[in-house]
Design a binder for this molecule. Structure first.
Ligand code: BG6
Ligand code: MG
Length: 214
């Protein structure tokens, strides 16, 4: 029986995955490093500094720690400008209804996002009341695909991993959920290892999840 649903944020609850892509693309252009959607797939779910490292390796560029801090915070400035005007209209189709059905069924929810901007985004989306717990990305030691974030989320809602499902749009995230010993819901058709794949969020229904959950 399912007792907890752990949500990724960017690309699952709202389309901020697109803003991360645009912000990195802008930064990569400033650094004169080629950047496209295919390469961006490798950054999904991955933390800010780790993403910058991947971009630098990709562009065969070496920077000092100070320069890395500077460019990572520059990317975040681009990103913050992009999320400044998010409203509840930016919730992905069906996600509000899905979260509401979960709460009404007495199932707990938590946010398992690697983003340090997650708190601001969920406030702007006005869904804070639909999340029992939010994992603090700043306190994580290891990023996705490490299971740490999902294990922490389960711990924060006081449920065993085996009673939880995680919802993710990134391969690193699905891998983290499976490593945590949980049921993985993948949003997007190409995700490997997911236990249930939906093409988009409008297909997320509690009844279907409960039927597939084991
Ligand atoms: C994840 C995104 O949710 O958060 C990544 O999928 C992003 O693209 C990561 O790099 C870190 O986000 P932030 O807001 O802390 O830079
Ligand atoms: Mg995501």
């Amino acid at each position: 029986e399912i007792r907890g649903v752990l949500f990724d944020l960017d690309g699952v609850i709202t389309d901020t995955a697109e803003y991360h892509f645009e912000a990195w693309k802008k930064l990569a252009e400033e650094l004169d490093i080629p950047f496209d959607r295919e390469f961006n797939e490798r950054l999904k779910g991955v933390g800010r500094m780790e993403s910058l490292e991947l971009i630098l390796t990709h562009g065969e560029k070496e920077l000092s720690e100070t320069e890395k801090d500077y460019f990572a915070s520059k990317k975040n400035d681009h990103y913050k400008t992009m999320i400044a005007n998010i409203t509840p209209n930016d919730l992905l189709p069906g996600i509000l209804e899905f979260m509401e059905e979960i709460k009404e069924a007495g199932i707990k929810t938590a946010l398992a996002s690697s983003s340090k901007n997650a708190q601001v985004v969920i406030e702007r989306l006005e869904i804070t009341h639909l999340l029992d717990e939010v994992v603090d990305a700043a306190k994580l030691e290891r990023g996705k695909p490490d299971p740490e974030i999902f294990l922490k989320a389960a711990e924060q809602i006081n449920e065993p991993a085996t009673a939880c499902a995680g919802v993710e749009d990134a391969q690193a995230g699905v891998d983290a959920i499976k490593e945590a010993g949980m049921f993985a819901v993948g949003v997007g058709s190409y995700l490997k290892k997911a236990d249930w794949i939906v093409e988009d969020t409008s297909q997320l229904k509690l009844k279907t999840l409960q039927a597939k959950f084991q």
